[in-house]
Design a protein around this ligand. Structure first.
Ligand code: PMP
Length: 440
């Protein structure tokens, strides 16, 4: 029996709250690949929660690590002191990042991670005597969380327009989605690397390059509908940043921890950014945590620039490196290693790709794109009602087919836990195909 719910007090984030007045969708427990709803239905998790439960729900080793830590050390600050698991977790994290990225700043989620990385970029240039580097460059359709820095570099005007003032000075490159040339491409889209040339053009015509501090990109743009970089695109962005002394930040909040079949997109693409922002899969989402992993010499610049015994970077959070999060990170990394989950994702990717592209030809399907265990299925919009068709798919999936999927506009996004089996992949795409066939 469903318990009556009082909806008078909770303000749900990024939600049309009025839709839920009478009947909120509710998840009450989870295990492995499945959620259970308040009315006892099993829901196959096609999105790893919000791209974050990479090892599957309620993994016993992660649960146990958190429980033990909660009983042993509930809280300790990292200001002017520390605790053993914070140091151990930072070391364990750098064991899977590109070698030059060797310093970890802990925060609590992706938004804080992005704002932290942007602040490090600005402060780093200042410490080197280049205080004029204040401009930040992001991309259209980028999602970098909801901090003031993140919404400024983010490319979603709707996330900015209610707030207006106080935003950082940011410019935005075009996003690289080009359905005219790349629709239904499998893996990396073949066309469009030249879109990255826009960065150098802007530097030479609009902005003095010596005023630019950092470029931030999601290697795969997740929240706005699984936009993959065209082959060679990210390499060009890296080369241009190098040429003009601009830092390159990879926002790996969704691509980190095996989503593409490598620890980070940095390794998948063979590109070393100057900083990686991560969160989500870091603790398998069991405890909130985020981090910026920074090139050692950027960190060292701060150490050398500050006067002796002064605080080198005026930034930090009460819960930076929280003991529960640190314990969860250590346990999660161990699970990823012991169960070879990144490798498993790499092996499952081609099967996932084939299953995704089997939906080609179904009503209103205008593009299917995939990389690793990420897939975007773009539908034709209903005139004047953007997002309506995808929302119908979303609702039918949840209520009729027992699937958790995500939609953004008219795009369905899938990003299952890395433990998904071939049978579950068949279930996921088979049920989606059934729904698509019913659309009008
Ligand atoms: N960056 C990216 C690429 C994200 O996908 C997200 C969250 N979807 C964020 C930042 C923000 O993370 P959080 O919601 O944990 O603040």
């Amino acid at each position: 029996m469903t318990q009556p719910i009082n909806t008078d007090h909770l303000w749900m984030p990024f939600t049309a709250n009025r839709q839920f007045k009478d009947k909120p969708r509710q998840l009450v427990s989870a295990s492995g690949m499945y959620y259970t709803t308040d009315d006892g239905r099993k829901i196959l998790d096609g999105t790893a929660g919000l791209w974050c439960v990479n090892a599957g729900h309620c993994h016993p080793k992660i649960v146990q690590a958190i429980q033990q830590q909660a009983a042993k050390l509930d809280y300790a600050p990292l200001f002017q002191m520390g605790h053993p698991d914070a140091f151990a977790a930072a070391s364990a994290l750098t064991a899977i990042t590109p070698p030059a990225l060797n310093r970890v700043f802990f925060c609590n989620d992706g938004s804080e991670g992005v704002d932290t990385a942007l602040k490090i970029a600005l402060a780093y240039h200042r410490a080197r005597g280049e205080a004029g580097r204040t401009r930040l460059i992001g991309r259209e359709r980028a999602y970098h969380g909801v901090g003031f820095g993140g919404i400024a570099v983010g490319g979603i005007a709707g996330n900015r327009k209610q707030f207006g003032a106080s935003l950082a000075t940011a410019d935005h490159l075009r996003h690289p989605l080009d359905l005219s040339r790349n629709a239904f491409s499998r893996g990396l889209p073949p066309y469009g690397a030249e879109m990255a040339d826009e960065l150098e053009q802007r530097l030479l015509t609009l902005h003095d390059p010596s005023t630019v501090a950092a470029v931030i990109v999601e290697p795969v743009q997740g929240s706005t509908g699984a936009i993959m970089p065209p082959r060679g695109y990210l390499e060009k962005i890296r080369a241009t940043c190098d040429k003009y002394g601009i830092l390159l930040i990879f926002d790996e909040v969704i691509t980190g921890f095996g989503r593409l079949g490598a620890p980070f997109a940095a390794q998948y693409f063979g590109i070393e950014p100057d900083m990686i922002v991560c969160a989500k899969g870091m603790t398998n989402a069991a405890v909130p945590m985020g981090a910026v992993v920074i090139r050692q010499d950027i960190h060292d610049t701060f150490m050398h620039a500050a006067p002796e015994n002064a605080i080198e970077f005026a930034h930090g959070y009460t819960y930076s490196g929280h003991p529960l999060a640190a314990a969860a990170l250590l346990a999660t990394l161990q699970v990823y290693r012991e169960e070879s989950l990144f490798q498993r994702a790499a092996e499952m990717a081609s099967h996932f790709e084939d299953a995704a592209h089997s939906l080609k030809g179904l009503p209103f399907v205008k593009d299917i794109r995939n990389l690793g265990l990420v897939c975007g299925i773009e539908l034709e919009s209903i005139a004047g009602k953007p997002g309506a068709r995808a929302y119908e798919v979303f609702s039918k999936a949840f209520w009729e087919k027992g699937l958790l999927i995500r939609t953004t506009g008219d795009i369905i996004a899938l990003s299952p836990p890395l433990i998904i089996s071939k049978e579950q992949i068949a279930e996921l795409f088979g049920s989606l195909a059934d729904i698509l066939k019913t659309l009008k």
